[in-house]
Design a protein around this ligand. Structure first.
Ligand SMILES: [Cu+2]
Length: 84
């Protein structure tokens, strides 16, 4: 009984469902269409993501439960360079 409980807890994904604010420096966004493309790409990786873009600062802020590398990959695959 006790062993089963311990086994069970090991498989609970601790960070599932927790939204974290993640900020990326993304270069190559030159206009509003680029912003939309980045937002669309992130939404494909996480439909629940909240995305704020400050194009003048090359800054993309994302509220998401997804892993940072997955979000960065989605943006990079859209054709924009992710610096950090
Ligand atoms: Cu553009």
């Amino acid at each position: 009984m006790r062993a089963n409980l311990r086994l069970c807890l090991q498989f609970v994904p601790i960070f599932q469902g927790i939204f974290m604010n993640q900020t990326f420096t993304v270069t190559g966004m030159t206009c509003g269409h680029c912003e939309m493309a980045v937002k669309r790409a992130v939404k494909q990786a996480d439909p629940q993501a909240e995305i704020t873009i400050d194009r003048a600062q090359n800054r993309v802020s994302i509220e998401s439960t997804q892993a940072r590398e997955d979000l960065a990959k989605a943006i990079a695959e859209e054709g924009y360079e992710v610096a950090a």
